[in-house]
Write a protein that binds this ligand. Structure first.
Ligand code: GDP
Ligand code: ZN
Length: 458
């Protein structure tokens, strides 16, 4: 494929003292060479970096002091010649440098165009390209790891294997039907189909199960703090926000009576929902009772249920225990600095196998244990250590769901004894749906739409 040479500032706007201008395309090296006077860049070996000055070839004026990396095709991110100009003066210098290379004939890259080229030049597949996008947007280190894994092609190779299984099964069955060795060939083929569709179906199902974790890593674990008035809900929210770096977010979340804060607790991004609202007066808080808490529960992935160590369990506490019964929750027994009037055994009994943590938010005690428990509820089981690939992309999840449904139709057909060439229609459809995840059957418009979501310069 023939492409022109594109350029963009590829470091985030407003961050760091160093900014990078990146060029990719057949004329990248010659364009850079026309403005870089200290050395002949067309002669230097690939993957080397050079210190020197940029000069405006028209005015002869020295513009910037820079470091220039020369990366020649094919071992580059886009598989094209790449030039990276490190401008030590930050963004202002980068802007001037960008103007210089545009004046030499480079075209300003569209958002995501570098990654799009990597895809179009066969360097990465579509799910890896989307991995790059998630990487750019990743909110915490753990979310970053998920994106990295996807970039690694783990999802891609798993999807490839599943597609291969499906195609082989279809081929196998076809051969059986065309060249019957046995009398009961139809029945045998049904059996092969039944087994394979079940296997692939189960793999997709487990992928979908971990997909939920991937989504949470990107969007935050919706965490509701509930409890009677005055038990310490706002104090808990404040403590979690103060102790953990709040995550900057562009998601508009704050409504009038529910306040949200994003915090990173041991690698798990929490979207804290304070049902009472820290900015509301205690008068209003008093009026928000069990009803308000029930509302917040609906959208919560995790509930922090706060009780007062200093008071006996009330009717309202028991109602709240009822309300949280079907959810993932942690009981926080607060105010342990005060005399215990709470029946701890009774609380443990009511909580069943959910964690019970004692805190004194006033004396800053028990917060570590609570944070540990929060991280544990999220990373319980094999999710962190198991070798299952995370699926964190909404489009992937959608396609996996459709694939699963198509396979279920195939499985139903087999059970009902439908002719195999009918069943195969659903199996082939699954194969195409899975192909869309890695971009093998994606249409052009889909590709354009995906890449336009990328940040400029990536
Ligand atoms: P909310 O109504 O559930 O949001 O409770 P707040 O967080 O507003 O706390 C109610 C009162 O309890 C405030 O006066 C807090 O200072 C106090 N409080 C919070 N945590 C503790 C604690 O661990 N020990 C003691 N003694 N008081 C606390
Ligand atoms: Zn409060």
């Amino acid at each position: 494929m023939d492409f022109d040479t594109i350029a963009a500032i590829s470091t985030p706007i407003g961050e760091g003292a160093i900014a990078i201008v990146r060029l990719s395309g057949p004329d990248a090296v010659t364009m850079a060479n026309r403005i870089f006077t200290s050395k002949d860049l067309t002669e230097v070996p690939s993957h080397t970096i050079h210190y020197g000055k940029l000069v405006d070839p028209h005015s002869g004026e020295v513009a910037e002091e820079v470091m220039v990396s020369v990366l020649r095709t094919p071992k580059t991110f886009t598989r094209e010649d790449i030039i990276e100009i490190n401008c030590h003066g930050g963004l202002v210098a980068a802007n001037r440098t960008l103007e210089l290379v545009l004046a030499e004939g480079a075209r300003l890259a569209e958002p995501g165009e570098f990654t799009k080229r990597a895809f179009l030049n066969g360097r990465i597949d579509l799910s890896q390209a989307e991995g790059v996008m998630d990487l750019i947007r990743a909110k915490t280190d753990k979310a970053m790891n998920v994106a990295l894994k996807q970039l690694d092609g783990r999802l891609s190779s798993l999807i490839r294997k599943l597609r291969q299984d499906l195609i082989e099964t279809v081929a196998h069955v076809e051969v059986n039907i065309d060249y019957p060795e046995y009398d009961d060939v139809e029945e045998m083929s049904h059996e092969v189909m039944r087994q394979k569709t079940r296997e692939v179906h189960d793999e997709i199902e487990s992928l979908l199960e971990v997909a939920k974790q991937g989504k949470i890593l990107r969007e935050g674990l919706a965490t509701a703090i509930i409890g009677r008035p005055n038990v310490g809900k706002s104090s808990l929210m404040n403590t979690l926000v103060q102790e953990n770096k709040a995550i900057v977010t562009d998601i508009p979340g704050t409504t009038r009576d529910i306040i949200e804060e994003y915090v990173n607790v041991r690698g798990v991004p929490l979207r804290l929902i304070d049902t009472a609202g820290i900015r509301e007066t205690e008068d209003i808080v008093e009026r928000m009772g069990v009803e308000k808490s029930r509302q917040a529960l609906k959208e919560a992935d995790l509930i922090l249920f706060v009780l007062n160590n200093n008071e006996e369990l009330t009717e309202e506490d028991l109602l709240l225990f009822e309300a949280v019964r079907d959810f993932e929750y942690i009981v926080v027994i607060n105010k342990t600095d005060l005399k215990r009037n709470l029946n701890l055994d009774r609380v443990r009994e009511l909580a069943g196998d959910q964690a019970v943590i004692e805190t004194s938010l006033l004396e800053e005690k028990g917060v570590d244990e609570l944070e540990k428990a929060i991280a544990q509820t999220f990373f319980s089981g094999e999710i962190e250590t198991g070798d299952l690939t995370y699926v964190s992309n909404v489009r992937h999840i959608q396609l996996l769901k459709q694939s699963k449904e198509a396979l279920e139709e195939a499985m139903n057909g087999i059970e009902m004894g439908m002719p195999l060439d009918i069943v195969q229609i659903d199996v082939t459809r699954t194969w195409s749906l899975l192909g869309e995840i890695i971009g093998d059957t994606a249409s052009d418009s889909l590709i354009d739409q995906l890449f336009s979501q990328f940040c400029l310069g990536k």
